[in-house]
Write a protein that binds this ligand. Structure first.
Ligand SMILES: Cc1cc2nc3c(=O)[nH]c(=O)nc-3n(C[C@H](O)[C@H](O)[C@H](O)COP(=O)(O)OP(=O)(O)OC[C@H]3O[C@@H](n4cnc5c(N)ncnc54)[C@H](O)[C@@H]3O)c2cc1C
Length: 291
């Protein structure tokens, strides 16, 4: 769908069909990017969708805030206004720094994807997607903490979810023939549905901050494959990888992640690693504690 296209108001007919406020064709648990996008497309295709979100918008989430052309394509398909006037900063590609090499790779020029990426803070990015799902007719319940799935004794099928709703944590049961677990990385619902975490995949921990910086309008996403501490007599290689994404609003998003396969994973002080890495950067970039 082109940017700015009006979404027809399908809500009323669906609402009429719904047996009650707590019943729908599909329940989507979690209004992060995956859940809101799923809810949007299902609602657009005419289904009655309940979108259940634990937190309340706007809410913050630790993130690099950088979006690749693939993500941009999905935003366009959802009719999100991604213009610069609406506060989106475009980027041309990825700059990779490591092994003494600095590569600047433009996003490819393909017919099937835009040739630019975007940057947007998560504190309003996720809300925009959730509101777009609402506009398409999905019914969003915020402060709705989903606990266990409801399982039909006869068939063993999941037919809904139990949740605690609102400040008073009122116990509510929602029903639908289809439940989508889009509740993120820790996905308590998937575990309660009998799925298991894959132990063969590494897990990462990240730390991120915003600095006021003249590099705020950098039009490349920057990825650091090596992090060096250059404060001592001898340079020291730190664990992990880092990123610097200009936000276009006077700040840079600077962060790093470390995988649990790293030898020093357990005893690391993440903030100290970030401080050491930032101290190795030119002072005029402004990645100092005072900024
Ligand atoms: C440090 C870091 C940096 C990143 N940087 C980038 C980046 O620059 N660009 C990029 O594209 N991706 C980035 N990512 C990845 C990106 O954050 C994830 O891919 C994305 O958030 C996954 O979306 P999701 O909707 O699956 O899950 P989430 O975004 O985690 O959303 C899950 C939602 O479910 C809700 N929820 C959880 N439990 C319940 C419950 N019991 N009941 C109801 N609701 C519940 C949560 O509140 C949340 O809103 C980064 C990730 C990390 C950790």
């Amino acid at each position: 769908m082109p940017v700015g296209t009006q979404i027809p108001n399908l809500g009323r007919s669906r609402r009429d069909r719904a047996l009650s406020d707590n019943t729908a064709d599909v329940i989507v648990v979690g209004a992060g990017p995956a859940g809101s996008t799923t809810a949007y497309h299902l609602a657009r295709s005419g289904l009655d969708v309940l979108l259940l979100e634990k937190t309340e918008f706007p809410r913050e989430k630790v993130c690099g805030d950088g979006l690749t052309p693939r993500a941009v394509k999905q935003l366009v398909a959802m009719g999100i206004d991604i213009s610069e006037e609406a506060g989106w900063l475009r980027n041309k590609g990825l700059r990779i720094i490591g092994g003494g090499v600095r590569l600047q790779l433009d996003w490819p020029d393909l017919a099937s994807f835009p040739d630019y990426g975007l940057v947007r803070k998560r504190d309003d990015f996720d809300e925009q997607l959730a509101r777009q799902a609402q506009k398409a007719g999905a019914r969003l319940y915020e402060r709705c903490n989903v606990g266990a799935p409801v399982i039909d004794d006869r068939t063993g099928r999941i037919t809904g979810v139990k949740a605690k709703l609102g400040e008073e944590k009122r116990e509510v049961t929602f029903h639908a023939p289809l439940v989508v677990a889009a509740d993120g990385n820790s996905t308590r619902l998937s575990l309660a549905m009998g799925l298991h975490r894959r132990e063969d995949r590494p897990m990462g921990v990240a730390v991120r901050t915003y600095f006021t910086s003249p590099r705020h309008d950098d039009d490349y996403l920057e990825s650091w494959l090596e992090l060096w501490d250059r404060r001592g007599a001898q340079d020291r290689l730190l664990p992990g990888y880092g990123w610097i994404f200009g936000m276009g609003d006077g700040t840079s998003n600077v962060g790093l992640g470390v995988l649990n396969t790293s030898d020093s994973f357990k005893e690391l002080d993440w903030r100290e690693v970030l401080k050491a890495w930032c101290a190795s950067m030119p002072e005029d970039w402004g990645y100092t504690p005072t900024t």
